[in-house]
Design a protein around this ligand. Sequence first.
Ligand SMILES: Cc1cc2nc3c(=O)[nH]c(=O)nc-3n(C[C@H](O)[C@H](O)[C@H](O)COP(=O)(O)OP(=O)(O)OC[C@H]3O[C@@H](n4cnc5c(N)ncnc54)[C@H](O)[C@@H]3O)c2cc1C
Length: 592
Amino acid sequence: MTSSPHCEIDTISTDILILGSGGAGLFAGLHAKQANPDLEVTVAAKGLIGKSGCTRMVQGGFNVAVNPGDSVERHFMDTIIGGKWLPRQDLAWRLCESAVERIQELENELGCFFDRNSDGTLHQKAFAGQSFDRTAHKGDLTGIEIINRLMEKVWTLDVVKLEEHRAIDLIPAKDQSGIAGVLMIDIRSGGYRLVRARTVLLATGAGPSMYRYHTPSGDKSCDGLAMALRFGLSLRDMEMVQFHPTGILAGPDTRMTGTILEEGLRGAGGYLLNGAGERFMTQYDPAAERATRDIVSRSMYREIRDGRATQQGGLFIEMVHLGGDRVRQMFPGMVKRCEDCGFDLATGRVEVVPTAHYMMGGVQMEIDCTTTTPGLFVAGEDAGGVHGANRLGGNGVANSTVFGAIAGDEMATAIGRGVPLRDPDLESVEQAIACAEKPFGQTKANLSELRERLWSMMWDKVGILRTADGIREGVRVLDDCRETLTGIGVENDDRAFNLTWHDWLNLDNQITVSQAIAGASLARDDSRGAHFREDFPTTGNLEQSTYTCTRYENGQLIQEMTPVAFTMVKPGESLIDGDAGAPRTAQNGDPS
Ligand SMILES: Cc1cc2nc3c(=O)[nH]c(=O)nc-3n(C[C@H](O)[C@H](O)[C@H](O)COP(=O)(O)OP(=O)(O)OC[C@H]3O[C@@H](n4cnc5c(N)ncnc54)[C@H](O)[C@@H]3O)c2cc1C
């Protein structure tokens, strides 16, 4: 137990501390324990372990080049071209190469049952932006299969679990030699817990939940990215926020609004209609509804902005022309989800709206998941650089499981080399507690209004279509939101399960990361992938591509542009013969 002027702090120590229990966190735990069963591994999650985060929500599937007609080179080229030449190429290569190993581990060692062809080979779906059908899946609920098997396996190991533990700040060593641990709030008791660790993995799953419509799980508020920024780390590609075209619009009072309907619906031939019931995608792109998700999202946004929306402000997806029975048979999960929201997907129309889905940007990492801070590792959606300007559907869960496993192996190796348990800088602990305690004792207010303001501003000004003037206005609103939040308190002083307190902390981190997104969006004055500037609608010279880096310097967020190193292949070149490097026009949806 350590004492602070504010409270008593429970202190524990471990060899490896993993923040997050999604695909990245659980794979890291599994691999670290397999590498050295004697290591003490602690997994801490804001939600319930194995039940929180987005890996569990994965619908579409996992990209992997295992078919004899496919190759790692082809998967890599699709990832680079899809990412508009911004991905860090060694990371993208590692993703594609190690995805093969990971799917074999998932099937043969963890016992995942993925769908199979009648000849017993793995069934792989075709998704947009890919030159080969390579998305392995379990029906339309792939994430549940992966996380359940993974969780069962991790449970059999001697892993310390800290459920409903919210990490609030990374704590440096007193001598500044690296990471010393993480300060957390035990949400159940409201008490503070300092977990000292030789190595720490940041795997909190990012998640663009600062937009009016968003898909990530409710426990995600970009905490990892905000902690990394406060700690002085640099984030790359923060302007790259991916929007998924078909979020359900089920009204303001349900969390179902914003959750996705898989893009296989568009791939199978579903139509998007405007408020007047007219099909509009044919006017925007020759591939119509089957265009990639950035193009469809932008077209939908324009249709809505130009006043051709439904009464609720959305659009419709319609499948009835494919035959109701066929739709029910092909998409049972989606039909049920729509039914739960009062829509009939098979024979009627469902209201939809583009929805913020994934952050390509994140903490800069090396190929072994290390960061610039000794002892601190990063993996999964918290890490940046793998996907560049766009993530291909199916590369998200491959990313979290591949790099999670690498992080687990590497943390075990690092400890084998003698990484010490560093003494924590207690001043940083004090500071983190003082920040977390801020809302207590201040004027009590309802946070919903502020959240609504943040959601609307990010949606309108730093969303699917951006301009310099709009972003600048957004930055002013963000400064104002920060000031408002700093001055308001929470209703109840009781710390145990005080969800309003956690809403306050969520908003604090969401504002920080929104500032990073806005700053990077202003710095990038071209359009590519998920980032579209109406005042700079062209992409510019690919060979001179640069990426954004965002970090705090003297209390200010600053942005720098860094040239992309084309370490394996340059724009215009391909690792494969012929035109195979160019993705075919999407004939199928690119699920999430
Ligand atoms: C609806 C949906 C469908 C998707 N479908 C696909 C798909 O078909 N294919 C694909 O490739 N990708 C898909 N994705 C993306 C994919 O799910 C994610 O990219 C990936 O799973 C992220 O894994 P992760 O381990 O980084 O984070 P997550 O799985 O999101 O886990 C994050 C963990 O961090 C914890 N956490 C958060 N904050 C804190 C904190 N402060 N302290 C402690 N713990 C914290 C959470 O509780 C959780 O345990 C989908 C995403 C969504 C939302």
